[in-house]
Structures are given as C-alpha cells and as structure tokens.
Write a protein that binds this ligand. Structure first.
Ligand SMILES: Nc1nc2c(c(=O)[nH]1)N[C@H]1C(S)=C(S)[C@@H](COP(=O)(O)O)O[C@H]1N2
Ligand SMILES: [Mo]
Length: 317
C-alpha cells in the first residue's frame, strides 16, 4: 500500500496572527519578553495545579480522546503573555489568580461583583469539548465549569439586554505583553474583549470554566475564570475574565478591531467559509498525524443551528 506522506507543516499552520506585526516590532517584542524570568517556585498566590472535583456530565462529552495535558498546557494562545505558543506556559507564573473578582453588570437588575471563591461554589461539572482554533488546529479538553446561563440568571438581565461582553484583566505587571513599550503587541488592543449574543450566551453549551483535567485552571489556560464556547473559533473563549457586561449594542471585539476583514463578531466554526489567508475545511488535531475534516459549528450543528436560522453565515462570519 502506498502511503502518501503529508508535509509535516503546511503554510496554513504557520501563517498565524503574528503576521500582523511588522517584523521589527515583532523582533523587539520577542527580545524583550525573552529577558523575563521563567517560572520560579510554584508557590505563587496561584491555586493552579490543585485538584478540583467535578462530576462528568455525560451529555456533554465528545467521544474523541483528550489531548495530552502537556500539549494542552504548553501550546497556547494567550497574547497577553506573547505571541509564541510557548510564551503562556513560560510566563504564566506572572499572573496572580487570587484574590480575584468578576464584575457582572450592565443591563441587569442585580449587578454583582463575584469573588472567585463564590464562583467555585456553583455546581461544577466536567465536560469534554474540542477547541478549534481559527489557525486550523484543535485540541480535546476535559473542562470543569458550569453553564454561563446560571451566572447570568443570578444578575437578572433586563429586557433591553441583547449582548454579553467579556473583558480580560488589563495589568502589565501580570501580563508582560501589555507593557506600554510593547503596545499593540500581537495586533491586539488591551484589554482583550470578546462578545456573544445573549441567546448564544444562554445556550447550555456555553461554559464558565474554572478547571481542566481534574485541576484548577492553569494560568496559561486562562486562570482563574474564562469562558469556553465550543461551536466557535477558540478566540471567542476569552481568558482571565474580570468583567461580564450585558449590553444593548453589539460589543466591539479585540480581533474585530485589529483585523475586521478576517475576524467577525460571530466566528462560528464553519468549514465552508475560508479565512482570507487559509482554508477552514480541515484541521490538525494536536497529537494526530492526519488532518481531520472540520464539521459545521465544530460538530454542534444540531444543538446550535437554530440560533442562526435565516442568517447569511458568509456575511456574518
Ligand atoms: N485573553 C485572551 N483570551 C484568549 C486568547 C488571548 O490571546 N487572550 N486567545 C484565544 C485563542 S486564539 C485560543 S485558540 C484559545 C486557546 O485556549 P487554550 O490555550 O486554553 O487552549 O484562547 C482564546 N482566549
Ligand atoms: Mo485561536
């Protein structure tokens, strides 16, 4: 039998967001980040690595084998630490996930600042979702969290609320790539902002996430609290959140601001709509050799398709 060897790396896999940097800016940024200390002792204010109990919810477990923990925690996109995949694991110790609060406000009857300890008292469950990055690779991760709808119900959105905006911490002391000298590093304006329509946010698949692989969320994966929206490209799943705001207007997301022709508000996983610089028809599952076909809505077409009934998904990419 003739086995056709696929090239190990296709151009599509190395043309990532960092092409946005002009070369000089990128080199300067990378050099500055390289001078920072690597992880000292683990004894930071961080709870990362501690076990976190959660019962698996079989209704939300895909059959695919989870990616190994090492890959899921050393191959990350978290531009606040730099644009290289290894930067978040190397510099993640600079983030202090305790103490931490999340402000949930905007168009709600009961705005509230949640302490992270209070967030951890929501009934936690384990769910296995794949995360499909817009760069055409994916991982399968056993997340721990609870439906975003449970959090939103507590603050009681008003009748005017139509969108939910998610904001990541802005603190250059903890996120080295936010240093003013590295402003616009990675092409992103800080803080990192993402958004969902309210009905998307209320969908049972949308998960407030505080852990993975039976542990408290590692810093490089968005400690202490992030969202995971499995039917959308990975960048919608914003990390290290400090604010969740209900709005009437569609939020302006960080990626829309930096490259509107490439990253729209919806960003549903859609193999039929190519990224302007590469195909989205297939993906490289980290740890596998053959590429896989990417399914519509990352495999959740049956569950989420009705949210987009009648919409032109080529226009609303
Ligand atoms: N605040 C913030 N959130 C972020 C990002 C980021 O750069 N900053 N990167 C996004 C992208 S592009 C992806 S693919 C996922 C990666 O999540 P993981 O590292 O836990 O796999 O996080 C998303 N959330
Ligand atoms: Mo991504």
């Amino acid at each position: 039998m003739l086995i056709k060897r696929a090239p190990r790396f296709k151009a599509s896999e190395i043309t990532d967001h960092r092409l946005y940097l002009n070369r000089r800016e990128f080199m300067l940024g990378a050099a500055a980040l390289a001078l920072l200390p690597t992880a000292t002792q683990a004894a930071q204010a961080s709870a990362a690595g501690q076990p976190l109990a959660a019962k698996r919810n079989p209704d939300y477990v895909i059959g695919d084998k989870p990616t190994d923990f090492k890959s899921a925690t050393t191959y990350n996109n978290f531009y606040e630490f730099g644009t290289d995949k290894e930067d978040p694991a190397r510099l993640g110790h600079m983030l202090k996930p305790r103490p931490w609060t999340v402000q949930v406000d905007g168009l709600v009857h009961k705005p509230k600042r949640f302490d992270i300890e209070e967030i951890l008292r929501f009934p936690l469950e384990e769910r296995v979702y794949s995360l499909r990055c817009v760069e055409a690779w994916s991982m399968v991760i056993p997340w721990i969290g609870f439906p975003l709808s449970a959090l939103l119900k507590q603050v009681e959105p008003t009748g005017k609320a139509r969108y939910v905006e998610f904001t990541t911490l802005k603190d250059p002391e903890q996120f080295p790539a936010q240093k003013p000298s590295l402003a616009a590093f990675g092409g992103v304006e800080w803080p990192y902002v993402e958004g969902l329509r309210l009905d998307e946010a209320m969908h049972p698949l949308a998960l407030v996430t505080v852990g993975m692989y039976g542990q408290v969320l590692p810093n490089q994966n968005g400690a202490p609290i992030r969202i995971v929206v499995p039917w959308k490209y990975g960048f919608k799943s914003a990390k290290s959140l400090v604010r969740i705001r209900l709005t009437e207007e569609q939020p302006k997301t960080a990626w829309e601001k930096s490259a509107p022709q490439e990253y729209g508000f919806y960003s549903n996983v859609n193999p039929a709509v190519d990224h302007p610089r590469w195909s989205q028809a297939t993906e490289r599952r980290i740890g596998e050799f053959m590429r896989r076909k990417t399914p519509m809505f990352n495999g959740y077409a049956e569950q989420v398709g009705s949210l987009y009934a009648g919409m032109d998904l080529k226009k609303n990419y």
